[in-house]
Design a protein around this ligand. Structure first.
Ligand SMILES: Cc1ncc(COP(=O)(O)O)c(C=O)c1O
Length: 497
């Protein structure tokens, strides 16, 4: 009999199991890597800790799913990957290879994307602050510029006139009225003024005669599909009014903010929320979070106040079903769905997903540096990484991590730990939640944080204390046995010129 069949399979890695588990959705490529620690060890020895690993087939799959959705409606569409969510060049190349475009938000993002294969058709510039250099580069390459205010119109007009090329622009709109309330945004032209502004000042023989308006744009804060549908309907009306005035508008870009789902189980999410509130009210001795951090909840005069200040990690409506809700919404006035209105008005819909295109694309793996007990008797496990290398824009990243042991756990002990980082700040605690592990990690073992590609790896990464920035590895995936050589250092991806 084959020896491997009778041998009990060794279990070398475990999901952390806090009292309130939040089991992340994971992919088989992640488990293959966790099972092959020789490859991971080789990577961390070569590139240092932490490493960020990006799986290109998952990115391609996400792009394909969005494309299929729009095609099922027969809509004209373009998808631009918002690369602000992750700085790796490998993903930009993959976006072009997958037949989608890239949304750029700075000079360097635009310049790099151009030299990685970007062009007038597959790029857009949406930077919040636009410099002369950015605008010039975009105009020279025919890349649409999404204008936010009158000053940007003036600057773009003067640069376009100077170099003698008409600038292809879209107008960003905000202030849509939804259910009697005006949605505030610091960005964009007011929805009530944009038609007059474009009508009066933009186009041949007008103040801005070097600007050609080809589309409209909005990006809403928050994750409401209803607000997106209502804003899209208002934008379609604006586009059709402008078309009547002779502007050749062809697209409406609805930005990003398409929800994704990180967690496997709704009941875990619900009970975590309930127990966190209870912990804040009862001040229950760091049972759930470090220093009883309420993650947005707080106790004031004995009353529970605030709300969970994190990404909504569990979502039944996400990605394609989220977009479907936006497109299937029925406009009361015409009785038509948003999708039908787009078709009827011959308007191309554009989206700029960042986070959701990176779903299941990345993991961050760090090495255990030390273990210590603090004055409260809690285990702190120091990792060779710092808080900026896996940092959420909100109160915490609520996914259970994976502990990769270098030997089998013979006897499960159930140890509660907090993972701590290398910055000299008391608050450099990588996950605020207390994590229960089957054994205290040993020095040199690894911890893996999953689904970190969207915003978690790079958005806040700093070089304080002169720590090196983490290395980004691009993994093309393979049907063969895993090998060190299937992982490409993103720094080695060459730009064309
Ligand atoms: C203009 C614009 N487009 C796209 C995005 C990407 O959003 P998300 O990553 O939530 O999909 C953002 C995010 O801030 C944005 O500001």
């Amino acid at each position: 009999m084959d020896q491997s069949i009778i041998m009990k399979e060794k279990k070398m890695y475990y999901k952390g199991a806090p009292k309130n588990e939040l089991t992340p959705i994971t992919s088989s490529w992640m488990h293959e890597l966790f099972n092959d620690q020789d490859v991971l060890r080789g990577l961390i020895e070569r590139y240092g800790s932490p490493v960020n690993i990006h799986h290109l087939p998952s990115f391609n799959e996400n792009s394909k799913n969005y494309k299929e959705l729009f095609e099922s409606y027969g809509l004209k569409y373009r998808i631009f990957y918002a690369r602000k969510a992750n700085k790796s060049k490998g993903l930009v190349k993959q976006a072009f290879a997958s037949g989608i475009g890239v949304d750029t938000a700075s000079y360097k993002e635009l310049e790099q994307s151009l030299s990685l294969g970007g062009n007038a058709e597959n790029l857009v510039l949406t930077a919040a602050i636009k410099t002369e250099a950015q605008i010039k580069l975009a105009i020279e390459n025919g890349v649409p510029i999404i204008l936010d205010n009158e000053d940007e119109c003036i600057l773009t007009q003067s640069i376009a006139k100077e170099i003698g090329i008409i600038a292809n622009v879209g107008f960003r709109i905000s202030g849509f009225e939804v259910d009697g309330e005006k949605l505030y945004s610091r960005f964009g032209f007011d929805v009530d003024e944009v038609v007059d502004f474009i009508g009066s000042y933009v186009g041949e023989q007008k103040t801005f005669d070097f600007l050609k308006v080809t589309g409209l744009h909005f990006h809403l804060d928050g994750y409401s599909t209803h607000q997106r549908s209502v804003s899209l309907i208002a934008s379609i009306t604006i586009a059709s009014t402008l078309k009547d005035k002779g502007h050749e508008l062809s697209f409406i870009d609805i930005g990003g903010g398409i929800l994704m789902n990180y967690l496997e189980k709704e009941n875990e999410w619900v009970s975590f929320n309930e127990n966190l509130k209870k912990a804040v009210v009862e001040n229950n001795n760091n049972n759930i979070t470090f220093n009883n951090n309420g993650l947005g909840f707080r106790l004031e005069d004995g009353e529970l106040r605030g709300k969970l200040n994190t990404y909504p990690f569990f979502n039944t409506v996400n990605k394609n079903s989220f977009l479907k809700e936006v497109l299937d919404f029925i406009d009361e006035e015409s009785g038509l769905s948003v999708a039908s209105l787009l078709l009827k008005n011959d308007i191309e819909i554009r989206i700029e997903p960042g986070r959701s295109l990176l779903d299941q694309v990345g993991i961050t793996v760090a090495k255990v540096s030390h273990r210590k007990k603090d004055a409260k008797g809690q285990w702190l496990v120091g990792l060779e990484m710092n808080m900026s290398q896996m940092m959420s824009s909100s109160a915490d990243f609520l996914l259970d991590p994976f502990m990769l042991y270098s030997s089998e756990v013979e006897k499960e002990e159930s140890v509660d730990v907090f993972f701590t980082g290398a910055y000299c700040l008391e608050r450099d605690v990588l996950l605020k939640r207390k994590i229960t592990l089957p054994r205290l990690p040993a020095i040199g073992e690894y911890v893996a944080f999953v689904n970190t590609a969207g915003y978690m790896m790079h958005f806040f990464e700093t070089e304080a204390h002169l720590f090196e920035l983490s290395t980004n590895l691009i993994f093309t995936g393979s049907n063969e046995k895993l090998s060190f050589f299937q992982f490409i250092d993103d720094n080695k991806i060459v730009l064309n010129s």
